[in-house]
Design a protein around this ligand. Structure first.
Ligand code: ATP
Ligand code: MG
Length: 405
């Protein structure tokens, strides 16, 4: 069916009172950005709906993009017809026939913006209902939970018909929730945490620590590739790579083995806070999940969190690994995450890090290294890049997967 527009319904937006205007404006911008590759499209964000006029663009490709935009509750591809009864009837029958299977039920749901239109909503429901019953053999009417809900909208410039509703990504438009910094490793968890952060409207910058030559170029490329996947939800993400080799070597040399991990994490967090402040971000997200590994116990969190008062947000805190993996598969980051490139933490992690580090001892051992000097050096070595949706960083992507199979 040749659709003329996609009608987009807002999610939680409608309950946001005075912020509503900003939300709608932001969603409009995000949708325009997500659809920028299509020529001739028009995006109009109104107070109760957003309309994407296709002007001939491929509706399935457009809808595929819309599914990745947060703040959309659902959407319906619609056909626009002239405001005369015969045209409306003809299009309605075609639309129902397209999705009808034997035994299905339907109802008509008319909305009327044009109060001058000859028939009111009650009359339209009846007229269209009879037309469908007469022309689609085997169909019956059902008011509650019908299989097909045919929406008929009488607007000023025409009548819009839609027969199906497609689930959107939910959440809030990226950008309405302020800005935060995301600690992104190459693992399974932090990409999922990034997804959840963006889903609540937060714009994120990625911070990634890498330790050449202990970690390879491929490990860095993998983190960037993951970012490119996630950038699909926001239109683009800044990727901030922070060199971590010297800090890790120094800690390894100076700090007792049981505290290597805790002190390393404190330095990572200190650097992330510094980056967040430079970029006017208001919080830090990470992929920690309570009890998953030694650094993710409450005692560890206390000993690491000690370096800052900036909010540290952990969207995965109470999720099981199996639940996290399921989301990673849904958002298509899992296959990348399991590529076997060592990241900077695994290499310097002692065989048995303390699960219950002592706060006072942690502070004392951290004092064995020149925190300020090392931080300054790392911050001087930062490299920032803008990553676009779908950018490629892993060479021979397919070969890498082939080896694994
Ligand atoms: P992930 O799957 O996200 O790597 P994980 O279960 O492997 O998590 P850790 O490796 O202990 O757990 O990391 C905990 C969190 O610390 C990560 O989710 C991430 O937010 C942050 N982190 C770990 N390594 C890095 C890194 N190299 N760069 C940036 N952040 C990191
Ligand atoms: Mg990890």
């Amino acid at each position: 069916m040749e659709y003329s527009e996609i009608m987009v319904r807002y999610g939680e937006l409608s309950t946001k009172g005075k912020n509503k205007k900003d939300f709608i404006k932001q969603l409009g911008q995000n949708v325009r950005k997500a659809l920028s590759e299509f020529d001739g499209l028009e995006v109009k964000a109104q107070h109760d709906r957003l309309h994407v006029t296709l002007n001939g663009a491929d509706s399935s490709a457009v809808m595929e993009r819309l599914r990745g935009v947060f703040g959309i509750e659902n959407f319906s591809p619609s056909v626009k017809v002239d405001k005369d009864l015969d045209s409306i009837k003809e299009a309605a029958v075609a639309m129902v026939k397209e999705v009808f299977e034997p035994g299905m039920t339907f109802k008509i749901n008319t909305r009327r913006q044009d109060k001058e239109f000859k028939y009111d909503t009650y009359q339209m429901n009846n007229i269209m209902g009879d037309t469908i019953l007469d022309n689609v053999p085997g169909i019956s009417v059902q008011m509650k939970h019908p299989d097909i809900e045919l929406r008929v909208e009488v607007r000023m410039n025409g009548v819009y018909l839609s027969g199906k509703t497609i689930q959107g990504a939910g959440g809030l438009p990226v950008g309405t929730g302020g800005k935060a910094v995301m600690m992104l490793s190459g693992g399974i968890d932090s990409p999922v945490a990034s997804y959840y952060a963006m889903r609540r409207g937060v714009k994120i910058d990625m911070v990634h620590f890498f330790s050449p030559p202990y970690t390879s170029e491929q490990a860095l490329a993998k983190a960037k590739e993951l970012t490119a996947k996630l950038a699909g939800y926001s239109g683009g993400i800044q990727f901030i790579q922070v060199p971590f080799t010297k800090i890790q070597e120094t800690i390894k040399e100076k700090v007792p083995e049981g505290y290597l991990m805790t002190v390393q994490r404190r330095l990572m967090l200190r650097l992330t806070v510094a980056v967040a402040e430079m970029r006017h971000a208001k919080g830090i997200f990470n992929g920690e999940s309570l009890g998953q590994v030694a650094s993710q116990t409450l005692d560890s969190m206390q000993a690491i969190n000690d370096v800052t008062t900036m909010p540290i947000l952990r969207p995965l805190l109470s999720l099981d690994k199996t639940e996290i993996i399921k989301v990673a598969e849904d958002i298509d980051t899992y296959d990348l995450s399991i590529l076997p490139y060592e990241d900077c933490c695994t290499i310097f992690t002692p065989p048995s890090p303390k699960t219950r580090p002592d706060l006072e001892k942690t502070r004392k051992y951290e004092g064995y290294i020149d925190v300020e000097g090392l931080m300054k050096e790392a911050l001087d070595g930062i490299v920032i890049s803008e990553i676009r949706p779908g950018d490629n960083y892993l060479n021979q992507n397919e070969d890498v997967f082939a080896e694994l199979l």
